[in-house]
Design a protein around this ligand. Structure first.
Ligand code: LRH
Ligand code: MN
Ligand code: MN
Length: 424
């Protein structure tokens, strides 16, 4: 449902004077604004196909209406997001929720919307209707070789779907683990999982990567076979150079120092990228930056510092993905907020006076270190993010435009009130 360009132009015209005033004030204060704007312009965040409908909880689900009913409609939603913010130019698919029936047509559609395909995700945490064997007691770790083979074959099939669409990575998240002490031999589970992953690794095309996503708990509540970054890194190291550790912000135990994890994975050249979200209690999958934006900023501080130290391309060398769902918000509005929060945190991290911070660290001047970080964090850089968007043809205020044009109503009219998106 791409918008007519004139709608965005008109929206921008009405806001340009105020925007320019705010921008000028930042330009006046910080000589590095131009550089930051250019880096934001280059930054893209992939949208998960499963976040475009209302996620619900196990207690219920309340559709907001107009949800995408097919892969094509999910792409239409992401195309619209990208048109508004110019920073959502990629979609991450989950198989079998999003099996592309006609890959050539899907590729053509993606081109029309200006989208690329980010990492593809496999799913061995649910049983599918016509599946021969159950994953109730795990998939790649399963004690029965036949179940492991079924899960391996599924992952290889997902890679094939990804190849047809131009993806370059597969994300493997396993719900494997155990719910009670004694249920599982930990070493046996690890070894079987590694063996299974090795078979999947063998099927990777030369220019592909495999991302191993860890999670501390849920749906298994006693042990998870890929439960933390240590286990994920162990698998990734044993697998080889195409294997990396994926950090989903919601997959840690409370108060984990995620920024430190990120710094060390980056140092080891084993950081795959992110599933961004926010949480207060567990894997809440809340809007990025809605609970703890300071943590997000501290993560970006480590990213910018570490990527610069390794001469990495900020926009291209890691996988930037959102993994947030929503029970009460409009999914598209929620995603706009998430992308915005990521770009703000990135911009603020770019503003940190790194030379001064290094000096203060060397002098053990703890107070100055904090002042330097928080000086950047407390600067309102939203005008820089808006400027980057504006220069790329996006809307100065995407959320406001989405509402003033009543775009959800348009989607409801087109797709219906009682829609259920495939996926979570
Ligand atoms: C697991 C997870 C993983 C899945 C997605 C649906 O909690 O974060 O990334 O693929 O949710
Ligand atoms: Mn995730
Ligand atoms: Mn999760």
């Amino acid at each position: 449902m791409l918008l007519e360009g004139s709608i965005i132009e008109k929206h921008n015209e009405q806001r340009l004077r105020r925007h320019n005033l705010k921008l000028a004030s930042l330009q006046d204060e910080f000589p590095e604004t131009e550089q930051i704007i250019r880096q934001i312009e280059a930054f893209q965040v992939a949208i998960p196909s499963w976040a475009l409908g209302t996620g619900g909880t196990r207690f219920g689900r309340f559709s907001g209406g107009g949800e995408p009913r097919s892969l094509e409609e999910k792409m239409e939603d992401v195309g619209l997001l990208h048109q508004l913010n110019r920073a959502s130019g990629a979609i991450s698919l989950h198989i079998p929720w999003d099996v592309p029936q006609d890959p050539a047509a899907i590729r053509k559609l993606a081109k029309e919307y200006g989208l690329t395909f980010d990492a593809v995700n496999s799913n061995t945490f649910q049983d599918q209707p016509h599946q021969a064997l159950s994953y109730k007691f795990g998939s790649l770790q399963h004690v029965d070789k036949a179940v492991r083979k079924q899960a391996i074959d599924h992952n290889i099939a997902v890679i094939k779907h990804g190849v047809e669409l131009g993806s370059k990575a597969i994300t493997v998240w396993l719900s494997d683990g155990s719910c009670f002490p004694g249920q599982l031999n930990f070493r046996g589970a690890f070894e079987r999982t590694l063996e299974s992953l090795q078979e999947i690794y063998q099927a990777l095309p030369a220019d592909w990567k495999v991302f191993i996503e860890y999670k501390a708990f849920e749906p298994n509540f006693y042990s998870m076979t890929v439960g933390d970054w240590g286990q994920s890194l162990l698998y990734a190291s044993k697998l080889g150079p195409k294997a990396y550790t994926l950090v989903d912000l919601g997959h840690h135990l409370p108060n984990a120092n995620i920024e430190q994890i990120v710094a060390l994975l980056l140092m080891e050249g084993k950081l795959a990228g992110f599933h961004f979200n926010d949480s207060k209690y567990g894997d809440d999958d809340l809007t990025v930056g809605s609970i703890n934006p300071y943590q997000l900023f501290l993560i970006f501080n480590e990213l910018v510092e570490g990527m610069n130290a390794r001469n990495m391309n900020h926009a291209k060398d890691l996988g930037w993905m959102i993994d947030a769902s929503h029970n009460v918000k409009d999914p598209l509005e929620d995603l706009m907020q998430s992308v915005e929060a990521i770009l703000i945190a990135y911009a603020q991290a770019l503003l940190i006076d790194t030379a001064a911070l290094k000096q203060a660290q060397a002098a053990n001047d703890v107070v100055r270190c904090q002042e330097l970080l928080q000086a950047a964090y407390r600067t309102d850089l939203r005008p820089l993010v808006a400027e980057a968007r504006f220069r790329k043809g996006g809307a100065l205020e995407p959320l406001e435009l989405f509402r003033s044009e009543a775009l959800r109503n348009t989607l409801i009219k087109k797709r219906g009130e009682k829609t259920v998106a495939t996926g979570l």
